[in-house]
Design a protein around this ligand. Structure first.
Ligand SMILES: [Zn+2]
Length: 246
Protein backbone atom coordinates (compact mmCIF):
# COMPACT_ATOMS: atom_id res chain seq x y z
CA UNK A 1 0.00 0.00 0.00
CA UNK A 2 1.12 3.50 -0.79
CA UNK A 3 1.88 5.81 2.08
CA UNK A 4 -0.28 8.86 1.28
CA UNK A 5 0.37 11.99 3.35
CA UNK A 6 1.10 15.72 3.19
CA UNK A 7 4.60 16.23 1.84
CA UNK A 8 6.03 17.68 5.05
CA UNK A 9 5.59 14.32 6.77
CA UNK A 10 8.28 12.83 4.50
CA UNK A 11 12.01 13.38 4.63
CA UNK A 12 14.20 14.41 1.72
CA UNK A 13 15.58 11.76 -0.63
CA UNK A 14 18.92 10.53 0.67
CA UNK A 15 20.56 9.20 -2.47
CA UNK A 16 23.62 7.04 -2.12
CA UNK A 17 26.58 7.27 -4.49
CA UNK A 18 25.63 6.08 -7.95
CA UNK A 19 21.88 5.94 -7.43
CA UNK A 20 19.83 7.09 -10.39
CA UNK A 21 16.58 9.05 -10.40
CA UNK A 22 13.96 9.02 -13.15
CA UNK A 23 11.61 12.01 -13.01
CA UNK A 24 8.41 12.22 -15.06
CA UNK A 25 6.64 15.59 -15.07
CA UNK A 26 3.12 16.31 -16.26
CA UNK A 27 0.65 19.15 -16.59
CA UNK A 28 0.44 19.74 -12.83
CA UNK A 29 3.95 21.19 -12.60
CA UNK A 30 3.22 23.77 -15.32
CA UNK A 31 -0.29 24.58 -14.10
CA UNK A 32 1.32 26.34 -11.13
CA UNK A 33 3.07 28.62 -13.63
CA UNK A 34 -0.26 29.49 -15.24
CA UNK A 35 -0.12 27.17 -18.26
CA UNK A 36 -3.52 25.69 -18.98
CA UNK A 37 -3.17 22.28 -20.50
CA UNK A 38 -6.04 20.27 -19.15
CA UNK A 39 -9.15 19.68 -21.14
CA UNK A 40 -12.15 21.09 -19.38
CA UNK A 41 -15.21 19.06 -18.45
CA UNK A 42 -16.75 19.37 -21.92
CA UNK A 43 -13.93 17.51 -23.64
CA UNK A 44 -12.78 20.84 -25.04
CA UNK A 45 -9.32 22.38 -24.95
CA UNK A 46 -9.46 26.17 -24.84
CA UNK A 47 -12.87 25.88 -26.50
CA UNK A 48 -11.63 23.68 -29.33
CA UNK A 49 -12.43 20.02 -29.85
CA UNK A 50 -9.21 18.13 -29.20
CA UNK A 51 -9.51 16.15 -32.44
CA UNK A 52 -9.67 19.42 -34.41
CA UNK A 53 -6.43 20.90 -33.06
CA UNK A 54 -4.38 17.90 -31.90
CA UNK A 55 -4.69 15.15 -34.49
CA UNK A 56 -3.23 14.49 -37.97
CA UNK A 57 -6.79 14.46 -39.34
CA UNK A 58 -7.50 17.89 -37.84
CA UNK A 59 -4.31 19.21 -39.43
CA UNK A 60 -5.26 17.90 -42.87
CA UNK A 61 -8.75 19.35 -42.51
CA UNK A 62 -7.87 22.83 -41.27
CA UNK A 63 -4.18 23.76 -40.80
CA UNK A 64 -5.16 27.41 -40.32
CA UNK A 65 -7.21 26.54 -37.24
CA UNK A 66 -4.42 24.29 -35.92
CA UNK A 67 -1.78 27.03 -36.29
CA UNK A 68 -4.09 29.61 -34.72
CA UNK A 69 -4.45 27.29 -31.74
CA UNK A 70 -0.69 26.72 -31.36
CA UNK A 71 0.04 30.42 -31.96
CA UNK A 72 -2.20 31.14 -28.97
CA UNK A 73 -0.44 28.43 -26.94
CA UNK A 74 2.96 29.95 -27.84
CA UNK A 75 1.82 33.44 -26.90
CA UNK A 76 0.43 32.20 -23.59
CA UNK A 77 3.49 30.11 -22.70
CA UNK A 78 5.78 33.06 -23.41
CA UNK A 79 4.19 34.92 -20.49
CA UNK A 80 4.48 32.05 -17.96
CA UNK A 81 7.64 31.86 -15.82
CA UNK A 82 9.05 28.59 -14.44
CA UNK A 83 8.29 27.97 -10.77
CA UNK A 84 10.21 26.60 -7.79
CA UNK A 85 9.55 23.00 -8.85
CA UNK A 86 11.22 23.56 -12.24
CA UNK A 87 14.09 25.36 -10.48
CA UNK A 88 14.58 22.50 -8.02
CA UNK A 89 14.81 19.97 -10.87
CA UNK A 90 17.40 22.13 -12.63
CA UNK A 91 19.42 22.28 -9.41
CA UNK A 92 19.07 18.51 -8.94
CA UNK A 93 20.45 18.02 -12.46
CA UNK A 94 23.38 20.30 -11.64
CA UNK A 95 24.12 18.13 -8.58
CA UNK A 96 23.43 14.68 -10.02
CA UNK A 97 24.46 15.10 -13.67
CA UNK A 98 23.35 12.18 -15.80
CA UNK A 99 22.14 10.30 -12.71
CA UNK A 100 18.98 12.39 -13.12
CA UNK A 101 16.81 11.56 -16.14
CA UNK A 102 14.10 14.16 -16.72
CA UNK A 103 11.21 13.15 -18.96
CA UNK A 104 8.24 15.46 -19.43
CA UNK A 105 4.80 15.12 -20.96
CA UNK A 106 4.69 18.91 -21.20
CA UNK A 107 5.39 20.74 -24.44
CA UNK A 108 6.19 24.06 -22.74
CA UNK A 109 9.84 25.20 -22.29
CA UNK A 110 9.68 25.85 -18.53
CA UNK A 111 12.23 23.17 -17.57
CA UNK A 112 14.77 24.67 -19.98
CA UNK A 113 13.96 28.21 -18.83
CA UNK A 114 14.64 27.12 -15.25
CA UNK A 115 18.05 25.83 -16.32
CA UNK A 116 17.57 22.12 -17.06
CA UNK A 117 19.87 21.11 -19.92
CA UNK A 118 18.74 17.57 -20.67
CA UNK A 119 14.97 17.24 -20.98
CA UNK A 120 13.22 14.53 -22.95
CA UNK A 121 9.94 15.98 -24.27
CA UNK A 122 8.01 12.81 -25.06
CA UNK A 123 5.04 14.75 -26.46
CA UNK A 124 7.09 17.25 -28.45
CA UNK A 125 7.91 20.92 -27.92
CA UNK A 126 5.71 23.96 -28.35
CA UNK A 127 8.53 26.15 -29.62
CA UNK A 128 9.75 23.75 -32.32
CA UNK A 129 8.33 22.97 -35.76
CA UNK A 130 9.02 20.63 -38.65
CA UNK A 131 7.98 19.75 -42.21
CA UNK A 132 4.69 17.87 -42.49
CA UNK A 133 6.02 15.62 -45.26
CA UNK A 134 9.55 14.46 -44.61
CA UNK A 135 11.58 13.00 -41.81
CA UNK A 136 13.60 16.25 -41.79
CA UNK A 137 15.01 17.62 -38.51
CA UNK A 138 12.76 19.75 -36.32
CA UNK A 139 13.89 23.31 -35.60
CA UNK A 140 13.41 26.10 -33.06
CA UNK A 141 10.44 28.27 -34.03
CA UNK A 142 8.77 31.05 -32.07
CA UNK A 143 6.54 32.14 -34.96
CA UNK A 144 2.81 32.72 -34.61
CA UNK A 145 1.05 32.02 -37.89
CA UNK A 146 -2.43 33.33 -38.60
CA UNK A 147 -4.01 32.58 -41.97
CA UNK A 148 -3.21 30.22 -44.85
CA UNK A 149 -0.71 32.60 -46.47
CA UNK A 150 1.28 32.89 -43.25
CA UNK A 151 1.98 29.18 -42.80
CA UNK A 152 5.65 28.68 -43.78
CA UNK A 153 6.61 26.14 -46.44
CA UNK A 154 9.52 23.73 -46.38
CA UNK A 155 11.87 23.62 -49.40
CA UNK A 156 10.05 20.42 -50.46
CA UNK A 157 6.76 22.31 -50.68
CA UNK A 158 5.26 20.80 -47.51
CA UNK A 159 3.75 22.99 -44.86
CA UNK A 160 5.56 23.56 -41.57
CA UNK A 161 3.65 21.98 -38.67
CA UNK A 162 4.06 22.14 -34.88
CA UNK A 163 6.58 19.62 -33.46
CA UNK A 164 3.91 18.19 -31.19
CA UNK A 165 2.84 14.57 -30.71
CA UNK A 166 -0.81 14.54 -31.67
CA UNK A 167 -3.40 11.91 -30.84
CA UNK A 168 -2.64 8.80 -32.85
CA UNK A 169 1.08 9.68 -33.21
CA UNK A 170 3.98 7.91 -31.51
CA UNK A 171 5.51 9.55 -28.43
CA UNK A 172 9.14 10.58 -28.84
CA UNK A 173 12.22 9.04 -27.20
CA UNK A 174 10.63 5.77 -26.10
CA UNK A 175 13.86 3.77 -26.45
CA UNK A 176 15.83 6.22 -24.28
CA UNK A 177 12.97 6.27 -21.78
CA UNK A 178 12.88 2.46 -21.56
CA UNK A 179 16.63 2.34 -20.95
CA UNK A 180 16.43 4.99 -18.21
CA UNK A 181 13.51 3.21 -16.54
CA UNK A 182 15.60 0.03 -16.51
CA UNK A 183 18.50 1.78 -14.76
CA UNK A 184 16.77 3.97 -12.17
CA UNK A 185 16.74 3.36 -8.40
CA UNK A 186 14.15 6.03 -7.64
CA UNK A 187 11.15 6.83 -9.84
CA UNK A 188 9.29 10.11 -9.29
CA UNK A 189 6.10 11.29 -11.01
CA UNK A 190 5.26 14.98 -10.58
CA UNK A 191 1.83 16.35 -11.47
CA UNK A 192 0.76 13.68 -13.94
CA UNK A 193 -2.77 12.35 -13.78
CA UNK A 194 -1.90 8.68 -14.04
CA UNK A 195 -4.33 8.12 -16.90
CA UNK A 196 -2.36 9.13 -20.03
CA UNK A 197 -0.49 6.16 -21.50
CA UNK A 198 2.25 5.23 -22.08
CA UNK A 199 3.50 7.47 -19.23
CA UNK A 200 0.93 6.13 -16.77
CA UNK A 201 2.47 2.68 -17.25
CA UNK A 202 6.05 3.71 -16.39
CA UNK A 203 5.57 3.15 -12.66
CA UNK A 204 4.24 -0.37 -13.25
CA UNK A 205 7.21 -1.08 -15.49
CA UNK A 206 9.76 -0.14 -12.81
CA UNK A 207 7.82 -1.98 -10.09
CA UNK A 208 7.97 -5.20 -12.10
CA UNK A 209 11.76 -4.97 -11.94
CA UNK A 210 11.67 -4.54 -8.15
CA UNK A 211 13.99 -2.67 -5.81
CA UNK A 212 12.90 0.73 -7.07
CA UNK A 213 11.46 3.37 -4.76
CA UNK A 214 8.39 4.95 -6.39
CA UNK A 215 7.16 8.41 -5.40
CA UNK A 216 4.21 10.49 -6.56
CA UNK A 217 4.11 14.28 -6.12
CA UNK A 218 0.90 16.29 -6.55
CA UNK A 219 -1.92 18.07 -4.73
CA UNK A 220 -3.94 14.87 -4.45
CA UNK A 221 -3.39 11.15 -4.90
CA UNK A 222 -3.61 10.05 -8.58
CA UNK A 223 -5.90 7.36 -9.98
CA UNK A 224 -2.98 4.92 -9.94
CA UNK A 225 -1.90 5.84 -6.38
CA UNK A 226 -1.68 2.17 -5.44
CA UNK A 227 1.25 1.74 -7.82
CA UNK A 228 3.45 4.10 -5.74
CA UNK A 229 5.31 3.51 -2.46
CA UNK A 230 4.70 7.13 -1.43
CA UNK A 231 2.28 9.88 -2.45
CA UNK A 232 3.71 13.20 -1.23
CA UNK A 233 0.77 15.57 -1.33
CA UNK A 234 1.11 19.31 -1.89
CA UNK A 235 1.86 21.85 -4.62
CA UNK A 236 4.85 20.80 -6.73
CA UNK A 237 6.50 24.16 -6.11
CA UNK A 238 6.79 23.20 -2.43
CA UNK A 239 7.07 19.41 -2.61
CA UNK A 240 9.87 19.15 -5.20
CA UNK A 241 12.38 21.42 -3.42
CA UNK A 242 11.67 19.51 -0.17
CA UNK A 243 12.03 16.16 -1.96
CA UNK A 244 15.58 17.04 -3.00
CA UNK A 245 16.40 18.65 0.36
CA UNK A 246 16.74 22.23 -0.99
ZN1 LIG B 1 9.84 19.21 -46.39
Amino acid sequence: MARVAPFDRFSALALTEGERVFVLTGAGISAESGIRTFRDGNGLWEEHRVEDVASPEGWQRDPVLVWRFYAERRAQAATCPPNAAHAALAKAEANLGDRLFLCTQNVDPLHERAGSRRVLHMHGELFRSRCENEDAPDFADEGTYFGAEAIPRCACGGRVRPHIVWFGEMPMGLAAIAEALDRCNVFVTIGSSGVVYPAAGFVRQVRQRGGVRTIYVGPEAPENAGAFDECRLGPASQVVPALFGF
